[in-house]
Design a protein around this ligand. Sequence first.
Ligand SMILES: [Zn+2]
Length: 330
Amino acid sequence: MAGATQLSHQVAAGIFAIPVPIPYPFKYVNCYLLLPGPGSSDGPVLVDCALDTAEARAGLEAALHEHGLGLGDLERLVVTHHHPDHYGLAGLIEAQGPTVWMLDVELERGHIFWTEPERMNQMGQALFHRHGVTDEYLADLAGEMDKTRSRVHPAQKPHTFRDGETLRLAGMRYRTVWTPGHADGHAMLLRESDGVLLAGDQILERISPNIGLWAYSYPNPLKHYLESLEKTAALGASVALPGHYRPIQDIAGRVAELRAHHVERLQFLLQLVYDQPQTCWQLSLALFPGNLNLAQRRFAWSETLAHLEYLVAEGAVKRLEQDGIAHYSR
Ligand SMILES: [Zn+2]
Protein backbone atom coordinates (compact mmCIF):
# COMPACT_ATOMS: atom_id res chain seq x y z
CA MET A 1 0.00 0.00 0.00
CA ALA A 2 2.89 2.36 0.71
CA GLY A 3 4.28 4.55 -2.02
CA ALA A 4 2.56 6.70 -4.61
CA THR A 5 -1.02 6.44 -3.35
CA GLN A 6 -1.83 8.67 -0.42
CA LEU A 7 -4.72 7.29 1.60
CA SER A 8 -5.55 10.69 3.05
CA HIS A 9 -5.24 14.15 1.57
CA GLN A 10 -5.32 17.60 3.10
CA VAL A 11 -8.53 19.49 2.29
CA ALA A 12 -8.16 22.45 4.70
CA ALA A 13 -5.57 23.60 7.21
CA GLY A 14 -5.14 20.75 9.69
CA ILE A 15 -7.93 18.66 8.10
CA PHE A 16 -7.32 15.48 6.11
CA ALA A 17 -10.00 13.65 4.14
CA ILE A 18 -9.87 9.86 4.41
CA PRO A 19 -12.06 8.16 1.78
CA VAL A 20 -12.97 4.82 3.36
CA PRO A 21 -14.51 2.09 1.17
CA ILE A 22 -18.12 1.14 1.93
CA PRO A 23 -20.32 -1.53 0.30
CA TYR A 24 -22.86 1.04 -1.01
CA PRO A 25 -23.27 2.83 -4.35
CA PHE A 26 -21.35 5.83 -2.97
CA LYS A 27 -18.31 3.51 -2.79
CA TYR A 28 -16.61 5.73 -0.18
CA VAL A 29 -17.48 7.69 2.91
CA ASN A 30 -15.23 10.62 3.76
CA CYS A 31 -13.91 10.47 7.28
CA TYR A 32 -12.07 13.60 8.33
CA LEU A 33 -8.98 13.64 10.51
CA LEU A 34 -8.47 16.88 12.45
CA LEU A 35 -4.86 17.26 13.55
CA PRO A 36 -3.78 19.66 16.30
CA GLY A 37 -1.07 22.18 15.44
CA PRO A 38 2.38 22.03 17.01
CA GLY A 39 2.34 22.96 20.67
CA SER A 40 -1.37 22.18 21.09
CA SER A 41 -2.21 20.00 24.07
CA ASP A 42 -5.26 18.61 22.24
CA GLY A 43 -5.31 15.21 20.57
CA PRO A 44 -6.39 14.30 17.04
CA VAL A 45 -10.11 13.98 16.27
CA LEU A 46 -11.89 11.85 13.70
CA VAL A 47 -15.21 12.98 12.20
CA ASP A 48 -17.35 10.01 11.04
CA CYS A 49 -16.06 6.46 10.83
CA ALA A 50 -17.53 4.14 8.12
CA LEU A 51 -19.15 0.79 8.89
CA ASP A 52 -17.52 -2.42 9.95
CA THR A 53 -16.14 -4.32 6.99
CA ALA A 54 -12.62 -5.72 6.82
CA GLU A 55 -11.90 -3.35 3.93
CA ALA A 56 -13.13 -0.27 5.78
CA ARG A 57 -11.21 -1.08 8.94
CA ALA A 58 -8.00 -1.71 7.01
CA GLY A 59 -8.46 1.46 4.94
CA LEU A 60 -9.09 3.67 7.94
CA GLU A 61 -6.22 2.22 9.94
CA ALA A 62 -3.77 2.51 7.02
CA ALA A 63 -4.74 6.16 6.47
CA LEU A 64 -4.24 7.00 10.15
CA HIS A 65 -0.93 5.18 10.01
CA GLU A 66 0.26 7.70 7.38
CA HIS A 67 0.07 10.24 10.20
CA GLY A 68 1.76 7.97 12.71
CA LEU A 69 -1.54 7.31 14.46
CA GLY A 70 -3.63 4.33 15.49
CA LEU A 71 -7.32 4.40 16.41
CA GLY A 72 -6.36 4.46 20.11
CA ASP A 73 -4.41 7.71 19.61
CA LEU A 74 -7.56 9.64 18.70
CA GLU A 75 -8.94 11.88 21.44
CA ARG A 76 -12.48 11.86 20.12
CA LEU A 77 -14.70 10.51 17.39
CA VAL A 78 -17.45 12.96 16.42
CA VAL A 79 -20.27 11.63 14.25
CA THR A 80 -22.48 13.85 12.07
CA HIS A 81 -25.33 11.31 12.22
CA HIS A 82 -26.14 7.69 13.06
CA HIS A 83 -26.33 6.16 9.56
CA PRO A 84 -24.24 2.98 9.25
CA ASP A 85 -21.63 4.43 6.88
CA HIS A 86 -20.92 7.27 9.34
CA TYR A 87 -21.34 5.49 12.66
CA GLY A 88 -20.76 1.74 12.26
CA LEU A 89 -17.24 1.50 13.69
CA ALA A 90 -17.96 3.85 16.64
CA GLY A 91 -18.19 1.16 19.32
CA LEU A 92 -14.96 -0.53 18.17
CA ILE A 93 -13.10 2.80 18.12
CA GLU A 94 -14.50 3.73 21.54
CA ALA A 95 -13.22 0.41 22.94
CA GLN A 96 -9.69 1.57 22.09
CA GLY A 97 -9.99 4.75 24.16
CA PRO A 98 -11.43 7.70 22.20
CA THR A 99 -14.73 9.21 23.40
CA VAL A 100 -17.64 9.25 20.93
CA TRP A 101 -19.69 12.43 20.44
CA MET A 102 -22.95 13.28 18.69
CA LEU A 103 -25.77 15.82 18.89
CA ASP A 104 -28.12 15.21 21.83
CA VAL A 105 -31.04 14.82 19.38
CA GLU A 106 -29.16 12.11 17.49
CA LEU A 107 -28.52 10.17 20.68
CA GLU A 108 -32.24 10.14 21.45
CA ARG A 109 -33.53 9.63 17.90
CA GLY A 110 -30.74 8.00 15.85
CA HIS A 111 -28.39 6.06 18.13
CA ILE A 112 -31.45 4.19 19.48
CA PHE A 113 -32.00 2.69 16.05
CA TRP A 114 -28.99 0.46 16.80
CA THR A 115 -29.49 -0.08 20.52
CA GLU A 116 -33.18 -1.06 20.37
CA PRO A 117 -33.20 -3.38 17.34
CA GLU A 118 -36.36 -5.35 18.13
CA ARG A 119 -38.54 -2.30 18.73
CA MET A 120 -37.09 -0.56 15.67
CA ASN A 121 -37.57 -3.61 13.42
CA GLN A 122 -41.18 -3.95 14.58
CA MET A 123 -41.93 -0.28 14.01
CA GLY A 124 -40.22 -0.43 10.62
CA GLN A 125 -42.16 -3.50 9.46
CA ALA A 126 -45.44 -1.91 10.58
CA LEU A 127 -44.71 1.27 8.61
CA PHE A 128 -43.61 -0.65 5.50
CA HIS A 129 -46.82 -2.70 5.70
CA ARG A 130 -49.02 0.35 6.26
CA HIS A 131 -47.56 1.98 3.16
CA GLY A 132 -48.04 -0.90 0.79
CA VAL A 133 -44.70 -2.72 0.77
CA THR A 134 -45.47 -6.29 -0.26
CA ASP A 135 -44.78 -9.29 1.99
CA GLU A 136 -42.03 -10.74 -0.22
CA TYR A 137 -40.12 -7.46 0.01
CA LEU A 138 -40.69 -7.28 3.75
CA ALA A 139 -39.01 -10.68 4.23
CA ASP A 140 -36.02 -9.65 2.10
CA LEU A 141 -35.76 -6.29 3.87
CA ALA A 142 -35.51 -8.02 7.24
CA GLY A 143 -32.54 -10.07 6.00
CA GLU A 144 -30.88 -6.96 4.59
CA MET A 145 -31.32 -5.11 7.87
CA ASP A 146 -29.76 -8.00 9.86
CA LYS A 147 -26.69 -7.72 7.65
CA THR A 148 -26.43 -3.97 8.23
CA ARG A 149 -26.89 -4.37 11.98
CA SER A 150 -23.99 -6.83 12.10
CA ARG A 151 -21.75 -4.06 10.69
CA VAL A 152 -22.75 -1.38 13.19
CA HIS A 153 -21.33 -1.19 16.71
CA PRO A 154 -22.97 1.66 18.58
CA ALA A 155 -20.98 3.53 21.23
CA GLN A 156 -21.48 2.18 24.76
CA LYS A 157 -20.92 5.54 26.50
CA PRO A 158 -21.75 8.22 23.97
CA HIS A 159 -21.23 11.89 24.84
CA THR A 160 -23.47 14.62 23.50
CA PHE A 161 -23.29 18.24 22.44
CA ARG A 162 -26.11 20.70 21.86
CA ASP A 163 -27.06 22.73 18.80
CA GLY A 164 -25.06 25.98 18.64
CA GLU A 165 -22.47 24.83 21.15
CA THR A 166 -18.79 25.57 20.55
CA LEU A 167 -16.54 22.52 20.71
CA ARG A 168 -12.76 22.66 20.90
CA LEU A 169 -11.52 20.01 18.51
CA ALA A 170 -7.81 19.50 17.80
CA GLY A 171 -7.08 22.98 19.14
CA MET A 172 -9.68 24.81 17.02
CA ARG A 173 -13.17 26.13 17.80
CA TYR A 174 -16.08 24.54 15.95
CA ARG A 175 -19.74 25.59 16.24
CA THR A 176 -22.28 22.80 16.03
CA VAL A 177 -25.15 23.29 13.57
CA TRP A 178 -28.25 21.10 13.83
CA THR A 179 -29.63 20.32 10.37
CA PRO A 180 -32.53 17.84 10.64
CA GLY A 181 -33.86 16.24 7.43
CA HIS A 182 -31.45 13.54 6.23
CA ALA A 183 -31.47 12.35 9.87
CA ASP A 184 -33.37 13.92 12.76
CA GLY A 185 -30.21 14.71 14.70
CA HIS A 186 -27.88 15.42 11.78
CA ALA A 187 -25.21 17.93 12.82
CA MET A 188 -22.54 19.90 10.99
CA LEU A 189 -19.41 21.50 12.45
CA LEU A 190 -18.42 25.04 11.41
CA ARG A 191 -14.83 26.07 12.12
CA GLU A 192 -15.02 29.59 13.49
CA SER A 193 -11.60 30.79 12.32
CA ASP A 194 -12.05 30.20 8.57
CA GLY A 195 -15.59 28.99 7.89
CA VAL A 196 -14.64 25.42 6.97
CA LEU A 197 -17.82 23.36 7.28
CA LEU A 198 -17.78 19.65 8.08
CA ALA A 199 -21.10 19.02 6.38
CA GLY A 200 -21.91 15.32 6.81
CA ASP A 201 -24.63 14.33 4.35
CA GLN A 202 -26.40 17.70 4.43
CA ILE A 203 -25.22 18.65 0.93
CA LEU A 204 -23.45 16.39 -1.55
CA GLU A 205 -21.87 17.19 -4.87
CA ARG A 206 -23.31 14.68 -7.33
CA ILE A 207 -26.50 13.39 -5.82
CA SER A 208 -29.33 14.59 -3.64
CA PRO A 209 -28.95 13.15 -0.10
CA ASN A 210 -31.78 10.74 0.74
CA ILE A 211 -34.59 12.49 2.56
CA GLY A 212 -36.66 9.60 3.83
CA LEU A 213 -39.48 9.14 6.25
CA TRP A 214 -38.74 6.16 8.48
CA ALA A 215 -40.70 4.67 11.37
CA TYR A 216 -38.49 6.45 13.92
CA SER A 217 -38.09 9.81 12.18
CA TYR A 218 -39.93 13.11 12.51
CA PRO A 219 -43.26 13.05 10.63
CA ASN A 220 -42.25 15.65 8.00
CA PRO A 221 -38.50 15.32 7.33
CA LEU A 222 -38.61 17.08 3.96
CA LYS A 223 -39.92 20.25 5.59
CA HIS A 224 -37.05 20.08 8.10
CA TYR A 225 -34.56 19.44 5.31
CA LEU A 226 -35.68 22.41 3.21
CA GLU A 227 -35.34 24.61 6.30
CA SER A 228 -31.92 23.09 7.04
CA LEU A 229 -30.80 23.92 3.50
CA GLU A 230 -31.57 27.61 4.11
CA LYS A 231 -29.73 27.42 7.43
CA THR A 232 -26.72 25.89 5.64
CA ALA A 233 -26.59 28.62 2.97
CA ALA A 234 -26.96 31.35 5.62
CA LEU A 235 -23.81 30.20 7.45
CA GLY A 236 -21.64 31.78 4.77
CA ALA A 237 -19.13 28.93 5.09
CA SER A 238 -16.01 29.05 2.92
CA VAL A 239 -16.10 25.39 1.87
CA ALA A 240 -18.22 22.35 2.70
CA LEU A 241 -16.44 19.07 3.39
CA PRO A 242 -19.16 16.47 2.74
CA GLY A 243 -19.58 12.84 3.78
CA HIS A 244 -19.28 11.64 0.18
CA TYR A 245 -17.59 12.97 -2.98
CA ARG A 246 -15.50 16.13 -3.22
CA PRO A 247 -15.50 19.39 -1.25
CA ILE A 248 -18.13 21.95 -2.31
CA GLN A 249 -17.01 25.56 -2.82
CA ASP A 250 -20.28 27.06 -4.08
CA ILE A 251 -22.46 26.14 -1.13
CA ALA A 252 -25.27 28.60 -1.93
CA GLY A 253 -25.35 27.34 -5.53
CA ARG A 254 -25.57 23.69 -4.45
CA VAL A 255 -28.29 24.54 -1.90
CA ALA A 256 -30.31 26.22 -4.69
CA GLU A 257 -29.94 23.13 -6.91
CA LEU A 258 -31.02 20.76 -4.14
CA ARG A 259 -34.02 22.93 -3.27
CA ALA A 260 -35.03 23.04 -6.97
CA HIS A 261 -34.64 19.24 -7.20
CA HIS A 262 -37.14 18.68 -4.37
CA VAL A 263 -39.61 21.22 -5.78
CA GLU A 264 -39.43 19.40 -9.11
CA ARG A 265 -39.96 16.00 -7.44
CA LEU A 266 -42.94 17.35 -5.49
CA GLN A 267 -44.50 18.63 -8.72
CA PHE A 268 -43.89 15.33 -10.51
CA LEU A 269 -45.40 13.42 -7.61
CA LEU A 270 -48.48 15.67 -7.69
CA GLN A 271 -48.98 14.64 -11.33
CA LEU A 272 -48.83 10.97 -10.30
CA VAL A 273 -51.41 11.34 -7.55
CA TYR A 274 -54.84 11.02 -9.14
CA ASP A 275 -58.36 10.64 -7.83
CA GLN A 276 -57.73 6.90 -7.80
CA PRO A 277 -56.06 6.31 -4.39
CA GLN A 278 -52.63 4.69 -4.49
CA THR A 279 -50.20 3.48 -1.83
CA CYS A 280 -46.78 5.00 -1.27
CA TRP A 281 -45.25 1.79 -2.62
CA GLN A 282 -47.21 2.08 -5.89
CA LEU A 283 -46.29 5.75 -6.22
CA SER A 284 -42.62 5.04 -5.49
CA LEU A 285 -42.51 2.60 -8.43
CA ALA A 286 -43.76 5.41 -10.68
CA LEU A 287 -41.57 8.13 -9.15
CA PHE A 288 -38.47 5.89 -9.28
CA PRO A 289 -38.96 3.60 -12.30
CA GLY A 290 -36.30 1.16 -13.42
CA ASN A 291 -34.37 -1.69 -11.93
CA LEU A 292 -33.40 -0.79 -8.39
CA ASN A 293 -31.94 -3.29 -5.95
CA LEU A 294 -33.63 -3.99 -2.64
CA ALA A 295 -31.80 -1.27 -0.68
CA GLN A 296 -32.37 1.29 -3.42
CA ARG A 297 -36.10 0.39 -3.54
CA ARG A 298 -36.28 0.93 0.20
CA PHE A 299 -34.69 4.38 -0.14
CA ALA A 300 -36.99 5.22 -3.07
CA TRP A 301 -40.01 4.24 -0.99
CA SER A 302 -38.95 6.30 2.03
CA GLU A 303 -38.09 9.30 -0.15
CA THR A 304 -41.53 9.05 -1.81
CA LEU A 305 -43.18 8.85 1.61
CA ALA A 306 -41.32 11.97 2.82
CA HIS A 307 -42.53 13.86 -0.26
CA LEU A 308 -46.11 12.55 0.08
CA GLU A 309 -46.33 13.53 3.74
CA TYR A 310 -44.92 16.97 2.90
CA LEU A 311 -47.76 17.38 0.38
CA VAL A 312 -50.32 16.12 2.93
CA ALA A 313 -49.08 18.66 5.49
CA GLU A 314 -49.35 21.39 2.83
CA GLY A 315 -52.94 20.32 2.08
CA ALA A 316 -52.13 19.39 -1.53
CA VAL A 317 -52.71 15.63 -1.16
CA LYS A 318 -55.12 13.52 0.94
CA ARG A 319 -54.18 10.42 2.92
CA LEU A 320 -56.91 7.84 3.60
CA GLU A 321 -56.68 4.54 5.40
CA GLN A 322 -58.30 1.47 3.82
CA ASP A 323 -58.04 -1.74 5.87
CA GLY A 324 -54.98 -0.41 7.67
CA ILE A 325 -53.21 0.59 4.46
CA ALA A 326 -52.59 4.29 3.70
CA HIS A 327 -53.62 5.53 0.26
CA TYR A 328 -52.93 8.92 -1.26
CA SER A 329 -55.15 10.83 -3.64
CA ARG A 330 -55.89 14.35 -4.82
ZN1 LIG B 1 -26.52 9.51 5.97
